[in-house]
Design a binder for this molecule. Structure first.
Ligand SMILES: Cc1cc2nc3c(=O)[nH]c(=O)nc-3n(C[C@H](O)[C@H](O)[C@H](O)COP(=O)(O)OP(=O)(O)OC[C@H]3O[C@@H](n4cnc5c(N)ncnc54)[C@H](O)[C@@H]3O)c2cc1C
Length: 302
């Protein structure tokens, strides 16, 4: 019997465990996760039902061989955006289904602080000094802590200054709140504050002053991506610029959403490869605008 350790029990760790349990009777699986519940991690532990997935339900199945699994479980359409809290319950369901079939999983509530490879085994050290050996290890450590830019070093330590909102939480009792960064977290936090305190004034501050675009209900087919857009950062820029012109022309017409949808679909595959230097060093590559476009089109809210 092979012993497999999964370090980190967020969505990724849980799904690795579920798939191992489904596909093999010849392994013992142990998950190391300090949190009480498996599967929630950072993204799905929110209790606010207005915090939605930013990917439609039809693309969030936890099982490759059952692409409609989430839609069937949640009884929703594939284009619906369900709450992240509900998605966490779906992950729990997937795991419990395997456990109810008699599959075994051990959840050790500790962080792994070190891993050493010795004699063909992986020795995992826990916080309390315990050492456990495994035949294989999966690292599913997930989202690291957010980095606060040095410019904010002078801010006092205070419960009115939140540096990492998903880890520290936020009181929704203030009248005026400034949120630095206007990505998807901005929407979630602003929604929670305004629901609890409708008179609150929220200032969203970002370098470009743009907000993520909403997902479109209308599913237009993706446009084919020409080779030139895949070859160089400049090719991407020229292609997107031409798209942008067509798109602006169509803004008032009924085809506007088709084109917008296509840009959204197009940005995703292209950005994976040649976009790396552009996304990581936008100023150096002179492609700041592409990074901005990618941010608001790719990371859409549900
Ligand atoms: C606010 C927010 C919203 C998101 N919304 C979506 C969405 O709608 N759709 C989508 O597809 N993705 C979304 N994401 C991305 C999301 O994070 C991933 O889809 C997914 O949750 C990542 O899961 P994970 O298990 O890799 O990481 P995490 O959820 O970060 O889980 C990692 C786990 O590892 C544990 N861990 C870390 N280090 C150790 C250690 N040394 N020992 C033991 N345990 C350890 C942590 O305690 C944690 O529970 C969102 C992310 C955030 C932050």
């Amino acid at each position: 019997m092979k012993r497999i350790a999964i370090v980190g029990g967020g969505a990724s760790g849980l799904l690795v465990a579920v798939n191992l349990l489904r596909k093999s009777d010849a392994c013992e699986v142990t998950i190391f996760e300090p949190r009480e519940k498996l599967g929630l991690g950072l993204a799905y532990s929110t209790k606010d039902l207005e915090h939605l997935l930013n990917v439609p339900a039809g693309r969030m199945s936890g099982l490759v061989e059952e692409p409609k699994s989430l839609c069937h479980w949640a009884k929703v359409d594939e284009n619906d955006f369900i709450s992240r809290n509900t998605f966490g319950k779906y992950l729990e369901f997937l795991l419990n289904r395997e456990l109810n079939r008699g599959k075994k999983l051990e959840h050790v509530r500790s962080a792994v602080v070190d891993i050493e490879s010795k004699g063909g085994l992986f020795n995992c050290s826990l916080e309390n000094g315990t050492l456990l050996s495994f035949d294989a290890v999966v690292l599913a450590l997930g989202n690291s802590e957010s980095i606060t830019p040095a410019a904010f070093d002078g801010l006092p330590k205070s419960d009115r200054v939140v540096r990492d909102v998903w880890r520290e939480g936020l009181s929704t009792s203030y009248d005026r709140v400034a949120i630095v960064g206007t990505g998807l977290t901005f929407y979630d936090i602003a929604l929670s504050i305004l629901r609890d305190r409708p008179s609150a004034v929220i200032h969203g501050i970002s370098r470009n002053g743009l907000l993520p675009r909403p997902h479109l209900r209308h599913r237009a087919p993706a446009l084919p991506v020409p080779d030139i857009a895949r070859e160089s950062a400049d090719g991407i820029r020229r292609y997107l610029t031409s798209m942008g012109e067509r798109w602006r022309e169509a803004q008032d017409g009924t085809t506007g959403s088709d084109l917008e949808r296509s840009v959204e679909r197009l940005v995703s595959p292209v950005r994976c490869r040649k976009w790396q230097p552009v996304l990581l060093h936008p100023k150096r590559s002179g492609q700041h605008r592409i990074r901005v476009l990618s941010g608001i089109h790719f990371q859409r809210y549900g």
